[in-house]
Design a protein around this ligand. Sequence first.
Ligand SMILES: [Zn+2]
Length: 458
Amino acid sequence: MENHLAQYYRFPENHVRVALRGNLSEAKGFFRFGPDAICYGRCSGAVSNSAGAALFDAQDETMVEGGTVLLPFDLQEVVDNLRWERYMEDARAGALRNPVVASLYYFLRPLLPIDVRKHLQKAHLNGWRDLRFPRWPVDRTVDTLFEQILAQSVHKSEAREIPFIWFWPDGASSCAIMTHDVETASGRDLCSGLMDINDSFGMRASFQIVPESRYDVTAGFLSSIRDRGFEINIQDLNHDGRLFRSHGEFLQRAAKIDLYRQQYGAEGFRAAVLYRNQQWYDALKFSYDMSVPNVAHLDPQRGGCCTVMPYFIGEILELPVTTTQDYSLFHILNDYSINLWKQQTELIMEKHGLMSFIIHPDYISGVRERCVYEALLSYLTGLRDEKNVWIPTSSEVNRWWRQRRQMKLVRRGDSWRVEGEGKERARIAYASEHDGQLVYSLTSRQGENHMEEIKSRR
Ligand SMILES: [Zn+2]
């Protein structure tokens, strides 16, 4: 099995060793790792049914022996439970809190005035602010867990710093992508104006197109997007909210979706309204998916993958949705500022993660909404210019993350080098520890040893 910690950082082989300490409980449940990370799985300490209870802190029972970090839980299992949202199935808190309201609402959604929609949502969203897990407005449990384990490993190791392949190309500090889901015919007709806005900020984006039932998709429409340097992905099949109703139905629809994937030449997928079942993804032949929210308190299907980094679901790369959607911001939170998005990007950038945005052409047709969107673009391009944030398209992220997965750090004389396709853009980073905090340093270029930048955790 793939070692998640080693894959996350791309260490040289065997540089960081993790093992299980003690006997695991039969039952799965919640426990914590330090003050910031709520974990879910089996543990040698007591586990709780509720994330809101006083939780056993597994960090207290973590040791380092002979260079190996000994954890009272199975790191692989716990990370999968979070990324694959397995804590939701177990908790039976699952998919739809109120299936009748949810399916009716999402079937009718494009036809309903916004006031009626808000009313229907209230039943579902009641109490969301009290949810402690995943953590609002961004959950970084997986990222924090990996950092803390690495910090312990470095603290006790003789090397005092551990080389790894930096997360993003050309030493970028973080990454941001813009994605547009086209919901209705009027949204489709607004795409060209939206591309004009994006172009004025030098921002490329992907458009997620619903292939059946919603609106006509002509070859001319697809090429009007592609010819301008934007990307096409498939959104669902017909957006009726039933893609994941049953496995049989899903497999039939996945086969149809695959024909559209080939016809459109699309690499990426997003399910309607972020419905999902990651256990079934092996039936999708896309290179990447963008349907898993980081924290889904405002989405009809609750849960969240608890990481701000891309991760693999089998052979599909998941680019999680790490910020609040425009619809939720405007119509659930009634917020017409970019304050929440700023707060989320800051939290993501602390972990050098992926900021991904869903903006619907359908929902920003009004002047007020469009101004908020332009403020967001202005903010993001500022981050690109001032904070060295990489702003590619979603398929460029996919390509980089796949290349990085194949790269290797190898010793040449007394220095490290990156080998593999794409290595020209890769940077070597070093993880060290000061006063219990993990610190990253980044080499300026392949093979050069002088440090360009110190990146600390807080
Ligand atoms: Zn949609």
